[in-house]
Ligand binder design. Structure first.
Ligand code: BG6
Length: 509
């Protein structure tokens, strides 16, 4: 396996939640499986004051809660922690970057004086406007011909609307070249999301079915059974559309709908994704309410446990109109998909955590087995992204017995049978890709812009028109019933069972 070139990983926002929960645990797992560079250092940067020593101590105490117990090897973990360094600085002040230059100069001998730096922006988005510019000002973005690599990973949300996304792209593209910028969407790092590509493009049987002639509609669900925890400050200014739909869900639409790329390489692949975004059929103002339904969870009781409503959560304004649920109908205006609705929905405080894509095929032209309950149930292909990762094809078969009764059965494949989904999750895969300079699974600037272009008018309209409903739904339910009204006749959401266990991979309500 190719190992990345020696490099220093600089994490902005080093004491934050993402760093503790995802970035350092992923880097540790990469280290443990020998997928980091032979020589590397991790430099944490942030306003909170630490020394190298106190930062190591802080991380040593925190990281264990986010790594599976069986993956902790004390010796390796101690070696890994010893590779952490820290610089206290305010990334919004230009002069502070001299400290970063000195610290990097002192660490560069550890990687044989190669100036390969990877910057990870795990900060609040308000800092994104400063960091690239100031890194550039002190010469830390220049790749010196091909002698050094300077890459930057930037977390979502990339922009708040179209205007801010355009501005951010311009700031990043002034400081870096596009090949140096890695806009991360962690859904693309999920094994099962990548498997959509394998399913579609490593098999011949699906292609003839994958179009408007055979597919009637597609349902994409990515819901969670938790609220917003302690992320109220961020979430209340974001909402479900910016947090999940504009990036993760629309990526799932693109992977399901895209044309096969000519080559499995970055530009071919990303060109096809952009084409889907550019084909999204704009929703006219007059049709927003009939195509997009938003909701917000309200207090309820699960068993005997009370669940708070969104407006009672920490750091949420009591009159907040931020949506925690969205269901919408999306059309892709191209030859393959013209007229086929893609229904997408996401929500917090739903009955379960599940992400899946359900492709609904045409039903039989003639009902042969009359009177049988399932005789005309259409075939469906379910791609389960999480949990119980796998794929199932639903079809009808005869129930044993003298009557000709048809029942829906599932031919299913559980991802576990291939050895399971490796731990370390999406972040490890994407950080490894970035260290290798492989940007296929990262979002290109034109894709971000095309996606915002599609969603921006909806956000603008919601902002301008307070009469557009925000439906309350009791926490622990499948969202407002109005979400069914966007469905065309005969189309339905598939709601997986609440307690998905390994034995009922695809059970539905
Ligand atoms: C993040 C969102 O990008 O994705 C969160 O900000 C959401 O609100 C999370 O909970 C869901 O990701 P996953 O991998 O847990 O499905």
């Amino acid at each position: 396996m190719e190992r990345p070139a020696d490099q220093i990983i600089v994490i902005f926002g080093a004491s934050g939640d993402l760093t503790k929960r995802k970035l350092l645990p992923s880097l540790y797992l990469l280290y443990k499986t020998e997928r980091t560079p032979e020589k590397f250092a991790i430099l944490g940067v942030g306003r909170t004051a630490y020394t190298d020593e106190s930062y190591r101590e802080f991380i040593n105490n925190q990281i264990r809660s986010f790594i599976r117990e069986d993956e902790i090897d004390e010796t390796l973990l101690a070696d890994f922690i010893a590779k952490l360094y820290y610089e206290t600085m305010d990334p919004s002040i230009e002069d502070e970057y001299q400290k970063l230059v000195s610290k990097l100069n002192s660490l560069t001998p550890l990687i044989d004086n190669k100036q390969n730096y990877l910057y990870y922006l795990a900060t609040p988005p308000s800092l994104y406007t400063y960091i690239p510019t100031y890194l550039n000002a002190v010469g830390l973005t220049d790749e010196q011909g091909k002698d050094a690599t300077k890459r930057v990973i930037v977390e979502k949300p990339f922009g708040y609307n179209l205007t801010s996304a355009l501005k951010l792209n311009s700031i990043f593209n002034t400081a870096f070249h596009e090949h140096q910028i890695f806009r991360i969407d962690h859904f693309l790092g999920k094994e099962t999301v990548q498997n959509i590509l394998a399913l579609r493009f490593a098999n011949g049987i699906f292609e003839p079915l994958w179009n408007r002639n055979i597919v009637v509609y597609v349902g994409i669900t990515a819901v969670e059974n938790l609220g917003i925890a302690d992320r109220g400050g961020y979430y209340d200014t974001s909402g479900a559309l910016r947090d999940m739909v504009q990036n993760h869900l629309i990526q799932l639409v693109a992977l399901t709908a895209m044309e096969p790329p000519a080559l499995f390489e970055s530009e071919s692949f990303r060109n096809e994704i952009v084409k889907i975004y550019q084909s999204l059929k704009p929703i006219p103002e007059s049709q927003v309410t009939s195509n997009v339904v938003r909701g917000q969870y309200i207090a309820s009781i699960s068993g005997k446990t009370p669940i708070k409503g969104y407006r009672e959560e920490k750091n949420i304004t009591p009159q907040s109109r931020t949506e925690t649920f969205i269901a919408m109908k999306v059309f892709i205006d191209n030859w393959r998909w013209g007229g086929v609705p893609f229904y997408i929905r996401t929500g917090k405080q739903m009955p379960t955590k599940v992400s899946e894509i359900v492709v609904h095929f045409k039903k039989t032209p003639h009902m042969l087995f009359k009177g049988s309950e399932y005789s005309s149930a259409p075939n469906r292909l379910i791609i389960r992204i999480q949990p119980n990762e796998g794929i199932a094809l639903k079809f009808g078969l005869k129930v044993p017995g003298s009557n000709f009764n048809i029942q829906q059965v599932a031919m299913d494949f559980a991802y576990d049978s291939l050895g399971g989904v490796p731990s370390g999750d999406a972040y490890a895969k994407l950080i490894e890709d970035c260290m290798l300079g492989e940007n296929t699974l990262f979002t290109r600037s034109d894709a971000v812009e095309a996606s915002w272009k599609y969603f921006d008018p909806i956000l603008k309209l919601w902002n301008a028109r307070t009469d557009i409903p925000l439906y309350g739904y009791p926490a622990g339910t499948w969202g407002p019933l109005e979400s069914n009204l966007i469905m065309e006749k005969g189309h339905t959401w598939t709601n997986p069972c609440k307690n998905l266990t390994n034995t009922d991979l695809y059970c539905e309500l």
